[in-house]
Write a protein that binds this ligand. Structure first.
Ligand SMILES: [Zn+2]
Length: 54
C-alpha cells in the first residue's frame, strides 16, 4: 500500500502538531507535549544549547 486512496483510511482525527502557545507555529506536539520549533512544553524554558550560536 502506498499513500494513495487506500491510505486515507489510516487518517485519524488526531492532530500531531497543534499551535504552539509560545512561538505561534503549528509545531507543538499534542501527544509529546513539546514544541518542535522552540522546545516549549517539557520545561517552560526556551530551547537552547551551549553549542548554539545566537
Ligand atoms: Zn513553539
Amino acid at each position: 500500500m502506498g499513500t494513495g486512496t487506500a491510505a486515507l483510511g489510516k487518517k485519524s482525527g488526531k492532530k500531531t502538531h497543534i499551535y504552539c502557545r509560545r512561538c505561534g507555529q503549528r509545531t507543538y506536539h499534542a501527544t509529546k507535549k513539546k514544541c518542535a520549533s522552540c522546545g516549549f512544553g517539557v520545561k517552560a524554558k526556551q530551547r537552547t544549547y551551549t553549542w548554539q550560536k545566537k
